[in-house]
Design a protein. Structure first.
Length: 116
């Protein structure tokens, strides 16, 4: 089993920045990919960015050039640096881990609100 806990959400004005953190615990040696997803009210949960154990990254088109995902394997932590935030970035952000056996674990989510 893997447990993930997010932190770092909050309220920020448009154009501002936030940094989300997610710490994984448990059978961390099983983790391959870590990532961030978000879900706005009334919408489906969509991928924001992912990072593999080897450091390979993937970003949604809507956040490219503004968000940066990084990972510290020694601390079992994944970060999401969010710059130039827009009101449409408002959502609950969820941390996700995928094990080498393709088992997925989710955090409880952290609210990000961007005011115009």
């Amino acid at each position: 089993q893997v447990q993930v806990v997010e932190s770092g959400g909050g309220l920020v004005q448009a154009g501002g920045s936030l940094r989300l953190s997610c710490v994984a615990s448990g059978n961390i040696f099983l983790i391959n990919t870590m990532g961030w997803y978000r879900q706005a009210p009334g919408k489906q949960r969509d991928v924001v960015a992912t990072i593999g154990r080897n450091g390979n990254t993937m970003y949604a088109d809507s956040v490219k050039g503004r968000f940066t995902i990084s990972r510290d394997n020694a601390k079992n932590t994944v970060y999401l640096q969010m710059n130039s935030l827009k009101p449409e970035d408002t959502a609950v952000y969820y941390c996700n881990t995928v094990t080498f056996s393709a088992r997925t674990h989710w955090g409880q989510g952290t609210q990000v609100t961007v005011s115009s």
